[in-house]
Ligand binder design. Structure first.
Ligand code: HEM
Ligand code: HEM
Length: 176
């Protein structure tokens, strides 16, 4: 792996995950899971069905992504910079930001990777709770659907913040 560039596999997995999460967020506005005692429209049930199957697909992509990250020391330390050296790099990036300059992009350690890792964990959490619901949950007013909804707020914040940052970096000509 070139230390300053993402490899093709990670780019493909990343954009499949990003497009999948985008669809999931949009579908969540329209869908309604089937519930005893309530009547859902065909549109609400169909969009929920899409949500279930796209969700399983996204979870599979996230697991492949995780596997690809775990096997590379550089990717691991980018997403999970929880070491003395990682914290030092984050501190350096904060100083750069305080001088109103953007830190470098790419698979290096630093503040970007810290946030990428947290966003990735949030999407992993959606996939885990969603897949559990898929196989085991019949009552949607229970713990796992509530946890799934709770994590979705973090995914929304990450999705919007990360997309804006990516566009901003691109605008400043510093992105992948
Ligand atoms: C919720 C959806 C998304 C998640 C979970 C996500 C997650 C990540 C992660 C974990 C990385 C580090 C590389 C990797 O391991 O793949 C990354 C990098 C990147 N993402 Fe996303 N991403 C999402 C959506 C997007 C979208 C919609 C865009 C574009 C508009 C985007 C643009 C980028 C760019 C340009 C980088 C490289 C940044 C750099 O070089 O430092 N991402 N993203
Ligand atoms: C990474 C994959 C997934 C993402 C990003 C995602 C995203 C979301 C979002 C944003 C909501 C709306 C939460 C709210 O506003 O309350 C939601 C609700 C829901 N999702 Fe997913 N989802 C994913 C996977 C799945 C899977 C695989 C299933 C399988 C059944 C599933 C089942 C549900 C159900 C039942 C709800 C309604 C929960 C409630 O309102 O209490 N999701 N999802």
């Amino acid at each position: 792996m070139n230390k300053n560039r993402w490899d093709t596999v990670i780019r493909i997995l990343h954009y499949l995950m990003a497009i999948g999460v985008f669809f999931q967020l949009i579908l969540s506005f329209f869908m309604q899971p089937p519930q005893a005692g309530t009547s859902e429209t065909l549109f609400q049930l169909t969009t929920y069905s899409f949500h279930r199957w796209i969700g399983i697909f996204v979870f599979f992509i996230v697991l492949l992504h995780l596997f690809w990250v775990i096997r590379s020391r550089d990717y691991r330390s980018h997403l999970f910079p929880y070491s003395r050296q990682g914290f030092y790099k984050i501190k350096e990036d904060i100083k750069t930001l305080l001088h109103l300059q953007l830190p470098e992009t790419g698979p290096r350690q630093g503040i970007g990777g810290l946030f990428h890792g947290l966003g990735f964990l949030a999407v992993l959490g959606m996939g885990l709770t969603g897949t559990f619901i898929f196989f085991f949950v019949k009552n949607f007013y229970s713990f796992f659907p509530s946890l799934h909804s709770f994590i979705s707020y973090f995914v929304w914040v990450y999705f919007i913040g990360h997309t804006l940052m990516a566009c901003f970096h691109r605008f400043m000509k510093k992105s992948w």
